[in-house]
Design a protein around this ligand. Sequence first.
Ligand SMILES: [Zn+2]
Length: 467
Amino acid sequence: MTKTLISGGTVVTATDTYAADVAIVDEKIAAIFAPHTAPPGPWDLTIDARGKYILPGGIDAHTHMDMPFGGTSSSDDFETGTRAAAYGGTTTIIDFAIQTKGDPLRKGLDTWYAKAEGKAAGDYAFHMIMTDVNDQTIDEMAGIVNEGISSFKMFMAYPGVFHVDDGQIFRGMQRAEELGALICMHAENGIPIDILVAQALKKGHTTPIYHALTRPQIAEEEGTFRALCLAEMAGAPVYFVHLSAERALKRVIEARDRGMPAYAETCPQYLFLSQDDLARTGDDGFEGAKFVCTPPLRPKAMQEDMWRGLRTHDLQVVSTDHCPFCMKGQKELGKDSFAKIPNGMPGVETRMYLLWDGGVLQNRISMNRFVEITATAPAKIFGLYPKKGTIAIGADADILVWDGEKRHILSESTTHMRVDYSPYEGKEVVGCPTHVLSRGRVIVENGVYKGKKGDGRFVKRSTFNLM
Ligand SMILES: [Zn+2]
């Protein structure tokens, strides 16, 4: 039995802020003591948290480790990606296992188990991407949910690759509702987008900014509205991944105001970056490629719309859509055509820094709301709560001792993701963890990684139960 005491800190959950000592026995939070009332020990380890906050470890509900895309694969695998996540205070990720069109779901899921097994530094769970919805895959869904994969993602974008039609989405939603599973939607109408892309290229418009100009926000608004209608017809809850556009948010707000179980996440890139970054040219006219992700970065004014959505609880979660590609050898595949730039950006490590600095310290969100959008809400929506996502007796001891005042610089050289640039190069932020605990073990201490690959475990998720 290993007993650890984190003493003298201020516990922050989604609802409460109070001074306390937190005791851990092995992998779980065993007791929470009022200040100066913890027994003297002996403790195997004591962590001095005076002047610091005690927060639940971050949960990033949207990552793509080692994911094939456009003839290459995202540059972080489960080892490097979950380690980088841990440095930045994220102790659990939910990654997307992908069904290849024509194959059973099972085959895709087994591929993802193999990618993560023995490699992850922190705990991980999976969503299942469905690229075919047919009698066979509809049948398979029940078994997948029983294994603890209780959400399925479908795409309105990427025709010929991931795209499924409205009938497939509707059937998937009906079945998900029967099983207590949640459908995650990439709601962006990819069919007209592909036509706009072809037309732009024909006119010789090849640079990264055209990625945004060929994916207008109305494509996201229309997809969002259509998915909401399909979900309402199916009587199913729906969760929108990476919501980026003000008009899409409006559709979600309308639906929620009518009482629909509609949920949505946004990502740091839509809160802190904009189309201006995509328009960057750098020395070679290609710097904007660093910022190619989908949906694309939007006009700067929309950042405030996303912050407002977080404040009004119409957006519940901030996930990263972490899907890094190096400039060298990967992004440069699109040097002559923006359509060939692999879509995605690094972010799993920097999410908590950015949201603390740009959210809490800028008075856009409270500390409690910070905890909610980074840990508690994703845990509740995706069936990890109360095992993860809060500081409570019996919960996994995934804990951050957070220094709310420490300054540091975000840079390719100071972060640990396996990618050759940082979208936030040179940006100074305030706030970072001094200690990161994953199920009771200190895996990062004062910026030094103390864990090892294979520490992380697959986590079974329960079914959707917010209704
Ligand atoms: Zn994604």
